[in-house]
Design a protein around this ligand. Sequence first.
Ligand code: SAM
Ligand code: DTB
Ligand code: SF4
Length: 369
Amino acid sequence: MEATTAWTLEKIKALYNQPLMDLVYEAARVHREHHDPNEVQISTLLSIKTGGCPEDCSYCPQAARYHTDIEKNDLLSVEQVRSAALGAQATGSSRLCMGAAWRNVKDDADFDHVLDLVKTVYDLNMEVCCTLGMLSENQAKKLANAGLYAYNHNLDSSEDFYKEIISTRGYEDRLKTLDNARKAKLTICSGGIIGMGESIEDRCQMLLTLASLKPQPESVPINALVAVEGTPLEEQKPVEIWEMVRMVATTRIVMPTTTVRLSAGRTEMSPEGQALCFLAGAGSIFAGAKLLTTPNPEEDEDNALFKALGLQPRAAYAKAENSQRPELAVNETAASEQWSRPGHKIEANIKYKELAKEKRQNLKDEQKA
Ligand code: SAM
Ligand code: DTB
Ligand code: SF4
């Protein structure tokens, strides 16, 4: 099935609800048509400004109005970010996603500082992603010029259910920000959370909205709710692995070229459960012992899993041909050859980064001309 399929809610629900083996088989087939099934993109999250957020997202430990046990932090310095990025890169991450507990981006000194942070990570030849809340087209352009590659802004659920979990902003605001990011030619990372009490229909409706974006998002994170004490959703039961597999597989089928990211909630998943998600089309994870404020599997655990499954890390910019910035793409075959020797990933990454740097320099020169 092509990315151009006209999906409807009924079609997506039928996919989601079919016998699991049929669903996984179909998803794995689509995955192999568009992606290397033995490759995983590793992304590291870094909270650059933690806690104290004015919004009321019911799931979020960083909302100021809930009493959660998190350590609040002002914006991290350039040096703190550079050192975190280098650490992430040395362990195989090709992307750094910087998150701020903001409702929206403001045109102030803090935003100028974030632009410096983006430049810093870009100069390390990593894909740079930010998640900073709502932003204008002009702000998106400034981020793109600083070297931002992707903007993460989740729809979280269906428009109907969204009203139940957040009252301080609307679904339209989310869509508007995605549009602003698109206008700045950023790639889009947008997905959602399951396990908040939403129905299967809500999940499928969210997938329909994402799949109807033109073009579809380059990456879609699927989070399982981390029920944090002190938030209104603290009592939610953990999501069953079968729900996660169904959500990943359905996402895979309705957005065939997208990278589906297994996001929050992996600490509750067994290695076998995660393997089933990779089979069903997940092609990326967030690595590192911490997500933004909550725990994530340790690096050793993930490495053991990748080794057991024979998964290789994906190099930075290897999927740029699927994005709005095809000029950044580096030959994928060359990339996978470089990554094909286990134990040589850092050396390979250096060679690969040289290629990517050259491409980006060309792009900058073109922009100046
Ligand atoms: N403030 C910005 C925003 O809301 O867009 C960026 C940071 S916010 C923490 C990024 C995303 O993290 C949210 O959209 C949500 O999908 C996810 N998230 C937050 N808390 C979560 C939780 N407890 N469990 C799962 N996902 C969560
Ligand atoms: C996404 O979809 N999940 C990540 C990232 N995008 C920003 C965030 C997960 C946060 C989980 C709760 C926490 O650690 O605070
Ligand atoms: Fe703020 Fe983002 Fe958390 Fe909502 S999800 S409370 S906007 S940090």
